[in-house]
Design a protein around this ligand. Structure first.
Ligand code: ASP
Length: 591
């Protein structure tokens, strides 16, 4: 037997027992006559002790052990005289009687402890060492628990986990496909799934009315911070359901996971329409851990005008919209802080022209950056619209409606962060409903599906589908957690004629649609039940539950921000005979 216990297991009541442990040397400390060694495995750390007086040979051997050596020891458990309350094994130590070196180790390129001294790149290259560190280990455990809880929960509701293929044909979900050349079929390619969307719909046609799968998806998207070319979804589909059925079922899953992982009970999850999300938060995934909703002072499109005319302030006169937020208790913001905020919104990533502030001082006076144009009465009137109190600060932006909303949304989040209102241990979910069905892309001069082409329009908008696609709402829903979209889905189209109209609007010719999705449209003719579903971004959900910003920390072997795995050095070149077998001409200039 290699070990009788793990390194995280022994407690005071084991004192006196003779045990055998195996693990990695985290570090050794020589204190004159005594040597202490921290032995680590996946379960924890146990302190080993060696006495120079009593066992000089053994003590010398221990002192020679390098970091990350793999050893096996035997010894007696005893109560520690100075206990470490920080770790579960901190009450005991092992008085070692024998050491066996199972394997030596080179000095690791960074310290493998709670905090590491290794930079990002180095730790990615030696990911297998980084994974030994407690924070990453905790993340892997969280992920494992979340996957297990998901399976148990969904299975208890009679969902079946069914695997769908990875070598498929392109499914458009708005991203580019990764493709795999076929050796057996010269000039032909498989595509890796962006999601199992069409397969899960086919499973509904097959009668498996509650399907799920924890599944890898692949999207060849442009690089953005914290995007992974392969990521995991909890993918689900159900038959004979309305939007409310799907929402209820997966609200249940979300709550269950927060309860299992964090021990927190979440109440019922609020819902907001896409239009209201844009109106009050300027984005379709509002962070509602804090309030700070938008107040519209002027919006020509919406016929809102709370600013008296003839004020002479050109910026407002020319603006389609004037919108602001009220920052509670921030009237004391200094000129320097306000300048910082102005610089923040003027950054090219945000692109605003400027920022207007109104300080509503505690003594009921006003001071603003537009005092030249507006008197105190007018400012007070604005303050009323914002439900502002003395001591509050109004931040106002003006310009084209959609752009201004986007810019103000960034400012709102920045203020939330600055005021410490975006707490990592608070979990605020929100359903966003009634998305527009289509988005028009000016560059390509065509409509795109906002969710995906298989999403059903809302019943009441069906008649306007061909004539006014811009006005049609989709029967789609997103689940937002702390300002991140963690799940999205829709009720699907299950009738061929509707699917054909949607493909028409999206600019697919009938032949094109048939070539790409003939299989799905044919299936719709063999008794396709009404159905709908959802998919959770599993990596992101885990990261948020763990209180992290980055999904990379919850993936055992992720790619770096350039889409590379620097540990195995991928992507990499292939042999010339592989090129030949795959019938692809090697582009010498690129190789
Ligand atoms: N397949 C969709 C996605 O990956 C989710 C869904 O509609 O169920 O976003």
């Amino acid at each position: 037997m290699y070990r009788t216990h793990t390194c995280g297991e022994l407690r005071q009541n084991n004192a006196g027992e003779t045990v055998r442990l195996a693990g990695w040397v985290q570090r050794t400390r020589d204190l004159g006559g005594m040597t202490f060694l921290d032995l680590r495995d996946r379960y924890g750390i146990t302190q080993l002790t060696f006495s120079m007086d009593e066992q000089p040979e053994l003590c010398k051997k221990a002192r020679k052990l390098g970091r990350e050596y793999v050893i096996q020891i035997e010894g007696k458990v005893r109560e520690r005289s100075s206990k470490n309350r920080q770790i579960p094994t901190g009450e005991i130590e092992i008085e070692v009687s024998s050491i066996t070196i199972l394997n030596a180790s080179q000095t690791p390129p960074f310290t493998i402890e709670e905090e590491s001294d290794g930079g990002d790149e180095l730790r990615m290259k030696y990911r297998y060492l980084d994974l030994r560190r407690p924070p990453l280990r905790e993340n892997m455990i969280l992920r494992h628990k979340a996957a297990l809880a998901t399976r148990n929960y969904l299975a208890s509701l009679e969902f079946m986990e069914i695997e769908t293929p990875f070598l498929i044909k392109s499914t458009p979900e708005g991203a580019r496909d990764f493709v795999v050349p076929s050796r057996l079929h010269s000039g032909e390619f498989y595509a890796l799934p962006q999601s199992p969307q069409t397969f899960k719909q086919l499973l509904m046609v097959s009668g498996y009315d509650k399907y799920f799968q924890i599944v890898r998806c692949f999207r060849d998207e442009d690089l953005r911070a914290d995007r992974q070319p392969e990521f995991t979804q909890i993918d689900c589909e159900m038959s004979f359901v309305t939007r409310e059925d799907v929402i209820q079922t997966f609200e249940g899953l979300a709550k269950h996971l927060v309860k299992e992982i964090k021990g927190i009970e979440i109440g019922s999850i609020p819902q907001i329409s896409y239009d209201d999300a844009m109106r009050y938060y300027g984005c379709d995934k509002p962070d509602i851990r804090f309030d700070m909703q938008f107040v519209t002072l002027q919006s020509r499109k919406e016929n809102i005008q709370h600013i008296q005319p003839n004020h002479g302030f050109k910026v407002f006169e020319e603006a389609e919209a004037v919108i602001g937020i009220c920052v509670k208790g921030a009237a004391e913001y200094t000129r320097k802080q306000l300048d910082e905020l102005t610089d923040f919104v003027k950054r090219p990533q945000i692109g605003a022209n400027g920022l207007i502030y109104v300080r509503y001082a505690a003594d009921d006076t006003f001071k603003s950056s537009v005092d030249k144009f507006f008197n105190a009465d007018t400012l007070k009137n604005w303050a009323t619209h914002f439900s502002a109190q003395p001591g509050d600060l109004l931040l106002i932006m003006a310009g084209e409606l959609d752009k201004t909303r986007k810019q103000l949304s960034e400012l709102r989040l920045e203020m939330g962060t600055r005021l410490g209102l975006r707490k990592k241990d608070e979990f605020k979910f929100l359903w966003v409903l009634d998305f527009p069905m289509f988005e028009f892309n000016e560059e390509d001069n065509r409509w795109y599906a906002m969710h995906h082409p298989f999403t059903s329009p809302k019943e009441q908008d069906m008649a306007a589908l061909s004539s006014h696609p811009e006005s049609v709402k989709a029967n789609a829903y997103d689940l937002v957690l702390n300002g991140s979209e963690i799940a999205g889905g829709s009720i699907r189209i299950h009738r061929r004629e509707i699917q054909e109209i949607v493909f028409d609007i999206l600019g697919f010719s009938r032949d094109d649609a048939k070539e790409k999705f003939g299989f799905l449209m044919n299936a719709f003719e063999y008794g396709a039940p009404p159905h709908g579903g959802i998919a959770f971004g599993f990596d992101r959900f885990c990261a948020l539950l763990g209180g992290y910003d980055s999904i990379r920390d919850f993936i055992a072997f992720p790619k770096n921000n350039a889409g590379r795995d620097t540990m195995i050095d991928s992507p990499s070149e292939i042999d010339s005979n592989q090129w030949d077998e795959l019938h692809i001409k090697q582009n010498k200039s690129n190789s």
